[in-house]
Design a protein around this ligand. Structure first.
Ligand SMILES: O=C(O)CCC(=O)C(=O)O
Length: 191
């Protein structure tokens, strides 16, 4: 954890500097060599299994193939950090330009197993958590090269979102966002 004031729900783990700057640059290069899809307001790439945003599900026939080779070192580190079962076997890259975000959601419960990991690249952003029953609100700044793991309450009882804005307030200081890419890793439990 950094000196910043991060308030996370129980079941969430934040690890700063999970990867180094060279690894970050290599991941960004690999992603930019891939094909970004413009099916949403932000650009995305799916690996392992394609997530269906309309049906909000993943089925066995959405299998694309093994995660790319560039994901292997990160997945090894993820498995050393937490129990991803037989995975991770699914990843989504989200690209957020300043002003873009992701609306409040809980990652599909029957589709994905207990742990969801989100690796932040290039720029910071605020992530907001809302307790589904109590309406409580918490928030954290996700810094480049950090990893957020959601499990337990944080995975199932809280939504998470990234507000669509161009800057965040970090310890009382306005901080402009740059291009951010996140790589979320999951283990699929297809129906
Ligand atoms: O960008 C992030 O860190 C979170 C992405 C996310 O919530 C998702 O892909 O479901």
């Amino acid at each position: 954890m950094t000196g910043r004031m991060n308030f996370l729900p129980a079941g969430a783990t934040y690890l700063s500097d999970f990867i180094g700057a060279d690894e970050e640059a290599a991941l960004v290069r690999a992603l930019d060599d891939g094909v970004w899809s413009a099916e949403l307001r932000r650009r995305v790439q799916h690996f392992g299994y394609r997530y269906d945003y309309t049906a909000r599900t993943v089925t066995a026939d959405a299998y694309i193939g093994e995660l790319p080779d560039w994901a292997t070192p990160v997945c090894r580190k993820l498995r050393a950090e937490a129990d991803f079962g037989s995975g991770p076997d699914q990843a989504i890259a989200n690209e957020y330009l300043p002003g873009q975000g992701i609306s409040a959601h809980v990652d599909c419960v029957p589709c994905f197993s207990e742990r969801i990991a989100s690796l932040s690249l290039l720029s910071s952003c605020e992530m907001i958590f809302r307790n589904k029953k109590k309406g409580e609100r918490l928030s954290a700044i996700l810094e480049p090269r950090s990893l957020l793991i959601l499990s337990g309450e944080a995975r199932y009882e809280w939504t998470h979102e990234i507000p669509a804005r161009k800057s965040d307030e970090v310890n009382g200081v306005k901080q402009a966002r740059g291009r951010r890419i996140s790589l979320t890793f999951r283990t699929v439990t297809p129906a």
